[in-house]
Design a protein around this ligand. Structure first.
Ligand SMILES: [Zn+2]
Length: 456
């Protein structure tokens, strides 16, 4: 995930609040012939569903990928190459097919920041790609891409939120060893009962350098992009809290909201390992700070599964022991049913260009290194201010006394309805400026005077 480099447009709100309640009632009629919530082998979208996600193997994969040996999998490093070899071995063990004669799709990454840093200009790296052929001769010529980036920051402080931790290794257990483990587990589950359309599994490199791997993939795709029916992205799915899952991109095809609902319902209840469906916040936009954006830009319907930001994001503290493997297994069970529903449906999804406000023109945000240290709750789309899931330790927000649960409603005299208005108001300032920030805390208005800091 690369918030620092991307202009993140928070997506339009979509039926979020209704999701949990509606979920169970939708099962019976959502998709013709689809989804039964039975533990034992049953029928799911016309294909036998054999088993549920395995939290232990998910945790084991995350522990390996975010272990000391791979040193945070920085693009162009031997740790990154070893991670790619590991993923390729797993694809081979599942007897998935190679495209273009190799699992590795080698490319040279040219990180944006190279100009003014000691980093070499060109980094040799690779995406890792594998094919699961569809079981329906006609539909097998269409593809659902299931992907996640496997690179992270490693020893580099580029994009790190704790650059002062010199020499630290940022291992990215949640960002994004978790997503990579989800793709490996989905490969195992889907390979056991191939759907009608073909599935292409991709582990991208270079994501932390502004989506370089997924950009390369869409520009050098082993199959025509027009034959890609959808792209499902997993970036930071290892820190589920209170069963809250964010799914971006549901407005990129008209069938997606109901389809996500139905899959969520089908993965819970009698016969399923999960008693209740997840509390999904389904948000519309197809653009966002991760690899699905590269596909959406090519008019492919996309979904991004995300368990939200946290205080360890892009820090050395994003480690394995903080991973919620059982929570991730639940996310994978829902995602498997979404993927099967898309891959088995008779007709293709109806692509829609979701309406998103144009990102502010570049250069209009003076002091873009201005820093407050608030961690926004990306799942809260009520539009009544910016709810915080926390503040970064030692940040101006922390020192001033802002806490998790506070809702910022005013910033430097500007009303704040959502992340949009907040970032516009924040970026109109520069480090050192003193601003008044009004929050609602347990319904009570509190005003804080904060001296803004400098990022990094
Ligand atoms: Zn990420």
């Amino acid at each position: 995930m690369v918030f620092a480099r991307m202009r993140v447009a928070p997506p339009r709100r979509l039926v979020a609040s209704a999701i949990r309640g509606a979920a169970t009632s939708l099962v019976l009629f959502a998709l013709p012939g689809c989804v039964t919530a039975t533990r034992s082998p049953g029928i799911c979208c016309g294909a036998p569903a054999v088993e549920w996600a395995n939290a232990r193997s998910i945790k084991a994969d995350i522990a390996y990928l975010a272990g000391d040996r791979l040193e945070g999998r920085g693009t162009g490093t031997s740790g990154n190459d070893s991670a790619a070899a590991f993923i390729a071995r797993r694809f081979a063990a599942l007897k998935l097919r190679q495209l273009a004669g190799d699992y590795r799709q080698a490319f040279i990454a040219h990180p944006l920041s190279a100009a003014h840093s000691t980093q070499p200009r060109a980094l040799a790296t690779q995406n890792v790609v594998a094919l699961l052929p569809g079981r329906d001769t006609a539909l097998a010529r269409q593809f659902v891409v299931v992907g996640a980036h496997f690179d992270h920051l490693g020893r580099s402080t580029e994009g790190a939120l704790d650059p002062q931790a010199k020499g630290a290794i940022r291992k990215g257990a949640d960002d994004n060893a978790s997503g990579t483990a989800a793709v490996l587990e989905l490969a195992r589950l889907l390979a056991a009962a191939p759907p009608r359309r073909s599935i292409i599994f991709v582990a991208f490199s270079g994501e932390e350098m502004a989506l370089l791997g997924s950009q390369y993939f869409v520009e050098h795709s082993p199959v025509s992009i027009d034959s890609v029916a959808a792209m499902i992205n997993f970036d930071m799915v290892g820190r589920l809290r209170d069963d809250k899952l964010i799914v971006y991109g549901v407005a990129t095809a008209s069938e997606l909201p109901a389809l996500v609902d139905s899959a969520n319902a089908a993965a819970a209840g009698p016969g399923a390992p999960w008693e209740l469906p997840l509390r999904i916040t389904a948000l519309g936009d197809g653009f966002g700070p991760s690899d699905h954006s590269s596909f959406y830009a090519r008019s492919v319907p996309v979904l991004h599964f995300f368990t939200d930001l946290h205080e360890d994001y892009h820090r050395a503290s994003d480690v394995v022991k903080k991973i919620n493997a059982a929570g991730e297994a639940h996310v994978v069970d829902v995602a498997e049913r979404v993927i099967r529903a898309i891959a088995d449906r008779p007709s293709r999804l109806t692509f829609e260009r979701s309406i998103a406000r144009a990102p502010a023109a570049s250069g209009s945000r003076q002091g873009s290194n201005v820093y407050l240290g608030s961690i926004p709750d990306m799942s809260d789309s009520a539009g009544a201010g910016l709810r915080l899931t926390g503040v970064s330790p030692g940040s101006p927000a922390d020192q001033a006394g802002l806490v998790a649960g506070d809702v910022i409603v005013e910033f430097a005299g500007h009303a704040v309805k959502d992340l949009y208005e907040f970032s516009d108001a924040l970026y109109a300032h520069k480090p050192g400026d003193e601003v008044s920030v009004t929050v609602l805390r347990k319904g009570e208005r509190r005003i804080f005077t904060i001296r803004l800091g400098k990022r990094g």
